[in-house]
Design a protein around this ligand. Structure first.
Ligand SMILES: Cc1cc2nc3c(=O)[nH]c(=O)nc-3n(C[C@H](O)[C@H](O)[C@H](O)COP(=O)(O)O)c2cc1C
Length: 416
């Protein structure tokens, strides 16, 4: 019987353990988590979601305070079109985050950055260009284009000196999305170096509608694989979403995937950015405690724990401080929902907004408990302490369990 370690992912004749830890914003896939994957010969991701905010927390900068100060006069204004990101500061923050991570890299693996198109930042094209280009400038090994079709993203960086040497990949959830991306990027003369095929059981935003349960990852991987064969394209496919055991991963590798991308099992590791009490919520979740809802202002369905504090919270929009989801016109679906409730309940001391959430604020505060479908199985991956809490895991332990386990077994960590 084979295990993941019997396979290798190859880029430019170099071999990697075919395990990629997926990007998890905002700072859930931390530098430390990504560095563990790279040290063990696999691939880790940092995320570029809300990097100035992450920088304030990690590197003691003051981007958020300064932006709020600059736009404080606009807080009560429904129109946020004036609240722009300073592109030079955005570049500085992105560069520092990548440089600080890459400077600590050890081992033979790689570190990629997850870049989400849906982070429209009141200037979709310019802010994305800056984020992509400065990550390349700062020496990131690769970029995974996420949360969007990215039809113009290659063109944004085609003149960058690293455009052809950095690894560039895209996440898709259908053959159609990949076909569109390749067609629209053809002008740049470059194909993606890898394609992450993300199925409906993943965490974060889903590339499916509310009929997500009708799709399954293995079928989509097979469809995309067949299309690539028909088109005579050789692009490594990386299967993601619901790969919970080493054996799940091995099955995908035996069926033609070049690697797997995994995330949920790392949400309860010491290296992940979720605070310890939130990790306990993930451990404790039962299958019924998880839902796919429509409260993300991005318009994509998102999977989260039903007791997530982000659900129903009617806080005032925080776009002057954050504003990462403002569209090209300075609007966000949460602002609309909030103002509707404010008008309907002018006397209320505490508003409830059920249909949308202020995702920036709640992701920043780890109050949006987005998670993968298999989160309810996390309790089976560790020991339960005498007080009813669950023992935290090291990312190395989880990585090696994926790498070496067979027969759907999950190795428990040494008892603390
Ligand atoms: C807590 C959490 C946050 C996530 N955030 C992002 C994100 O910011 N961008 C993204 O492209 N994918 C995100 N994902 C998806 C993962 O990168 C990954 O592709 C997927 O969850 C893999 O499936 P698994 O969680 O079942 O292992 C997130 C997943 C989780 C669990």
């Amino acid at each position: 019987m084979k295990c993941v370690d019997d396979f290798r992912l190859t880029f430019d004749k170099k071999e990697y353990v075919p395990i990629m830890i997926g990007g998890m914003g905002v700072d859930i896939s931390t530098s430390d988590l990504s560095l563990t994957a790279a040290r063990l010969g696999g691939i880790g991701h940092i995320s570029d979601a809300m990097v100035p905010t992450v920088s304030d927390r990690r590197y003691d900068t003051k981007y958020v305070r300064d932006k709020l100060k600059k736009y404080k006069h606009n807080v009560a204004n429904e129109d946020k079109s004036d609240v722009q990101f300073d592109l030079a500061l955005l570049e500085e923050a992105q560069r520092a985050h990548v440089e600080n991570t890459m400077a600590r890299k050890e081992g033979s693996g790689l570190i990629f950055m997850n870049c989400m198109e849906k982070l429209t930042m009141n200037g979709p094209k310019d802010t994305l260009r800056v984020r992509l280009a400065s990550a390349l400038d700062a020496g990131i090994d690769g970029i995974t284009l996420a949360a969007g079709l990215h039809l113009g993203s290659f063109a944004l960086i085609e003149d960058h000196p690293r455009f052809r040497d950095a690894k560039l990949g895209i996440i898709v959830s259908s053959v159609r999305a990949l076909q569109l991306f390749i067609k629209k990027s053809a002008r740049t003369g470059r194909l993606p170096d890898y394609v992450v095929v993300e199925g409906p059981l993943a965490g974060g935003h889903l590339g499916f509608g509310f009929d997500w349960a009708e799709y399954d990852l293995a079928t989509i991987v097979a469809e995309i694989r067949q299309w690539l064969v028909d088109e005579k394209l050789e692009i490594p496919l990386i299967a993601a979403g619901g790969v919970f055991t080493g054996t799940d991963a091995t099955t995908f590798l035996e069926n033609g995937a070049a690697a797997v991308q995994v995330a949920t099992r790392f949400t309860v590791t010491n290296e992940c950015g979720l605070p310890p009490d939130v990790r306990q919520e993930y451990f404790m979740a039962e299958e019924d405690d998880i839902e796919v809802n429509g409260i993300s202002p991005t318009g994509y369905p998102m999977r989260m724990l039903k007791n997530s504090p982000a659900i129903g919270a009617g806080i005032r929009p925080n776009c002057e401080a954050y504003g990462y989801l403002l569209d090209a016109k300075g609007s966000c679906a949460y602002i609309v929902a909030y103002n509707r409730e404010l008008k309907a309940n002018p006397e209320a001391r505490r508003l409830k907004v059920m249909d949308k959430t202020c995702l920036c604020t709640h992701m920043r505060n780890f109050d949006c408990w987005t998670c993968g479908h298999n989160t309810y199985r996390l309790k089976d991956t560790t020991h339960r302490n005498a007080d009813g809490t669950y023992q935290s895991l090291s990312a190395e332990h989880v990585f090696k369990d994926y790498q070496f386990s067979k027969d759907h077994k999950i190795a428990l960590p040494p008892l603390e």
